[in-house]
Design a protein around this ligand. Sequence first.
Ligand code: HEC
Ligand code: HEC
Length: 356
Amino acid sequence: MSRSTDVRGLVRATRHAFALGALVACATVGAAPADATQYPGVGRPATPAEIKAWDIDVRPDFQGLPPGSGSVADGQKIWDGKCAMCHGDFGDSNEVFTPLAGGTTQEDIKAGRVASLRNPEQVRTTLMKVSTVSTLWDYIRRAMPWNAPKSLSTNDVYAVLAYLLNLGAIVPDDYVLSDRNIADVQQKMPNRNGMMRMPGLWDVHGTPDVANVACMHDCPVRGAVISSLPGAARGSHGDLADQNRTYGPVRGQGVPTVAAAAKPGDGAGGNDAKMTALADRSGCLVCHGLTSKIVGPGYSDVAAKYHGDPAAQARLEAKVKAGGAGAWGAVPMPAQTQLSDADVHALVQWILGSTN
Ligand code: HEC
Ligand code: HEC
C-alpha cells in the first residue's frame, strides 16, 4: 500500500467520522440544552425552528419546494406593486437593473437552447440564461424584492414567478403555477439544455482537486493551473464591467459606506450618521440617494420641493406608510410597512431637514 493510498484511507475514515458527528448533532437537535454540554459554555444546539428558518433551498429536483400555488393574474398585481419599479412593467427594463424577460422564442422553448445567446448584440436577460426554474423560485423567495427580501408568502412567490414565466411566453395567461405542475414548466425552460457539463473550472488531471495530499512546504507544482472555461464562453455574457450599476453596492467594486458618503449640507437633514443608518437599515437608500435620484428622488430634492410647506411632514409620513406615485413620476414607491410610526416620523423630519 503506497503512502498516498494510506493518507486517502485516513481522509475517508475521518470524513466518515465527521458524517457520524453530523448525524449525532442532528439527533441532539431539540434535546434539552443540559444534554448537550459536551463542550460546556460553548454555544447550544440549534433549535428546529432556527434550522427551518435557514434551510430554505429549493433544488433542481424540487426537493425543499413548499406546496402552494399562484396565478399569472395574481402575480401581475404583485409584480406591479413590488417588482416593476426596478425591473420594468414587462420585466424587460434595463433602465435601472438588469432585465429579467425578453430574448427568448418559441423555438428556444422547444429546443431548450437560447439561440440569441450567440448574438453579441443581444442584451442578456434572466430567462435567456437560467436553466432551472427551481433557481428562480428559490432566488425570488430568498432575495426579492431587493428592498424587502423574504417578505413574499409562498403563494406570492408562485404567483410572481408565474407572471415572470408568462412574460417569457413560457406559460399561458390563465396559468396557475403550483408545486404539482412546476416540473412540467421545467421541461419548457428556454435554456434548460444550456448548462455546462465540465467537472470543474480548474482542470487538475481531469477531475476537481479533491483528493490532494496535505503539503506544508516545498510543495511540488505540476504544470500550470489554468482556467478551462472555454474561450468562446468568456465573453458570452458581454463585458461584465459594463453591466455594473454606477451606484449602490456593486460586487467587486469598492464603495464608501452610506454614512461616510453623507456630507454636511446634504438636503436630507445634514450629516446625521444615526439617521442615515436608520434609513439604510430601513431599506430606503436602496431607492433614494441622499442627493441623487435612484428609483425615487434624492432626499435633498424632496427637501427642496417641500421647503416652507408646513403640511409636508404629515402628508409625507402618510405617503411613506401607504406608498404611491405621481409626485415625482409614474414609478410608485411601495408601502413601507416595516417601520414604526416613530421611525417614519423621524425619517421624514430628517429628510425635510427640519429641526422640530
Ligand atoms: C429595489 C429594486 C428591486 C426590486 C423592487 C426588485 N428587484 Fe429583483 N433585482 C434587483 C437587483 C439589484 C437584482 C440583482 C441582485 C444581485 O445581483 O445581487 C435583482 C435580481 C433579480 C432576479 C435575478 C436576476 C438574475 O438574472 O440574476 C430576479 C429573478 C428578480 N430580481 C426578481 C424580482 C421580483 C420577482 C421582484 C418583486 C417581487 C423583484 N425582483 C423586485 C432589484 C430589485
Ligand atoms: C422600491 C423603491 C423605494 C423604496 C424602498 C423607498 N422609496 Fe421612497 N420613493 C420611491 C419612489 C419611486 C418615489 C416617488 C413617488 C412619487 O412620484 O410620488 C418615492 C418618494 C418618496 C418621498 C417623497 C414623496 C412625495 O410625495 O413627494 C419620500 C419622503 C420617501 N419616498 C421616503 C422614503 C422612505 C423614508 C423610505 C424608507 C422607509 C423609502 N422612501 C423607501 C421609491 C422608494
